[in-house]
Design a binder for this molecule. Structure first.
Ligand SMILES: Cc1ncc(COP(=O)(O)O)c(C=O)c1O
Length: 365
């Protein structure tokens, strides 16, 4: 019998979250961001749930090829554009739209031989200071692109650094508007946080929003707001079972480094899940977990293949009881991935992307 650990992709939850994002940004088209193998879910596994998007946005050519292989004929956007000149050949062949964020990418386009001109997304650096042309150089870049026979349509794009914080997006929106005021073309600015928080504002939602994390049922501004607040559903559940039970006495310790000492006699369950499955080793005692759908907590250090949990609130639990590390239990109870990530000092993005290849994944309705 295989180890009982299992990840489940919830197809209906992907559809639900996509509908929520559409609602938050009325009239805008939606790029489904599926970079990093669809945030660890697997591009092929989210396909059924996300095929209702208007386009897929991703990073590398192999991912783009996989999306085309699934039968997608609609728009695909390379969020960082091409990395070398020969990438443009595949862009021509697969009909990819690509970001242009620096002079070197314009140089490559200028010598690219193609019969079909490309649609490009000219990126402005409005304050993130990662990729993009500064405002004062945007017009020159646009004029250069506009003069190239290799270029068909030019859209304008920027990315927010603080859509999920108190700083907000106003300064970046203003900078983008100032730099693009009299340039034609479609606009794309908003990630998940900006779509949910500011999508009602036409200047923020533009023509295309680019949500990633919210599609996957993680709140972009947790802990300020959780997924219940945003009416999002978990799309990735990690579950396992109890494979061991211990009755410990007051003063007994649990696990490596004796990191947890029992304050009184208690029942401890041992779960078939550890850091080599992608569960964060940094989760301290007290990280929430569901046993038979009942909320309890982890005890002591996370090991490579096991975690100890407190069975005090679940006296009926025994060998084989279901454990939900995050996501939805078969009893319907939900433990948002954001709570576990927060306990580990990280974000839901990292946990999703770190799901280990050894964990079997089931695609459910
Ligand atoms: C350019 C760009 N747009 C959109 C996204 C999606 O962001 P999020 O997952 O926060 O919605 C990302 C992800 O980092 C990105 O780099």
């Amino acid at each position: 019998m295989p180890r009982p650990i299992q990840a489940t992709i919830h197809t209906e939850a992907l559809r639900h979250n996509l509908a929520r994002l559409r609602e938050a940004a009325p009239d805008a088209r939606v790029w489904g961001v599926v970079k990093a193998n669809a945030y660890g879910h697997g591009s092929e596994r989210v396909w059924e749930g996300l095929r209702g998007v208007d386009g897929f946005a991703l990073l590398d050519l192999a991912e783009a090829q996989r999306v085309r292989d699934l039968g997608w004929r609609g728009p695909i956007l390379l969020l960082e554009g091409v990395f070398e000149a020969r990438d443009l050949e595949l862009c021509s062949r697969l009909g990819l739209w690509h970001t242009v964020h620096c002079e070197a990418q314009i140089d490559m386009l200028a010598v690219h031989k193609t019969h079909t001109p490309h649609r490009v997304f000219l990126k402005m650096n409005s304050g993130m200071n990662r990729l993009g042309f500064p405002g004062h150089a945007l017009r020159t870049a646009w004029t250069r692109l506009n003069a190239l026979p290799q270029v068909d349509e030019i859209s304008l794009v920027t990315h927010f650094s603080d859509a999920d914080t108190d700083k907000g997006v106003a300064a970046q929106v203003q900078a983008f508007e100032r730099a693009t005021r009299d340039l034609p073309g479609e606009r794309s600015l908003a990630n998940s946080a900006a779509t949910l928080l500011y999508g009602a504002d036409p200047a923020v939602r533009g023509d295309w929003v680019r949500p990633g994390i919210a599609l996957y049922g993680s709140s972009p501004d947790f802990p300020a707001h959780d997924i219940a607040h945003w009416n999002l559903q978990p799309t990735l559940s990690l579950s396992s079972r109890l494979i061991g039970l211990q009755q410990v006495a007051e003063g007994d310790t649990v696990g490596y480094g004796s990191a947890f000492t029992a304050p009184q006699a208690m029942r401890v369950g041992v779960v078939a899940c550890g850091y080599s499955d992608g569960y964060p080793r940094h989760c301290p005692t007290g990280t929430p977990v569901l046993v038979d759908g009942v909320r309890t907590r982890t005890l002591g250090r996370v090991s490579m293949d096991m975690i100890a949990v407190d069975l005090t609130p679940v006296p009926q639990a025994g060998m084989g009881s279901e454990v939900t590390l995050w996501g939805r239990s078969s009893h319907g109870a939900v433990l948002p991935i954001d709570e576990v990530a927060h306990a580990a000092g990280t974000v839901g993005y990292e946990l999703m992307c770190a799901l280990a290849p050894r964990v079997p994944v089931l695609v459910a309705e």
